[in-house]
Design a protein around this ligand. Sequence first.
Ligand SMILES: [Mg+2]
Length: 166
Amino acid sequence: MDKPILAVDVDGVISLFGFDDPPDRATARFELIDGMVHCISLLAGERLRRLAEHYELVWATGWEDKANDYLPNLLGLPELPHLSFDGAARFGSAHWKLEPLDAYGQDRAMAWIDDNFDESCREWARGRPEPTLLVPTESHLGLEEAQTEALAAWARGLEREARGHL
Ligand SMILES: [Mg+2]
């Protein structure tokens, strides 16, 4: 069985912003990336590495191919496939990801981590015939432990279900 897809946003999931106090140095690092300072969550990296056992990861971010220039190195991840948005990317929203996600994830179970879901994203998720899970993050926290565990449990459930149908 194919692993489910895990679509991963970067800003607000891996690159944190909007915090009052910067996160602990042990858990995040400030990095100059493409002329901008980003606060990269090392915890998110460790969690994504764990989730890669259950999922096939894809970048779903306005960073597009630039995500692979910086993040695998910082987070200890392999280079990942990435979605392209033809200039439609807008910071602070996510609806422009729907069409490319839809095309990429055809006939596959998919989870999507993002800090900017709106009603159009939720409606899209409800309308997909395949199992679909939206995991909303808060931009100052990024991908958290409880969400990581929930994602792993969801993938294990799909595996069990697939085995049951054999
Ligand atoms: Mg984002």
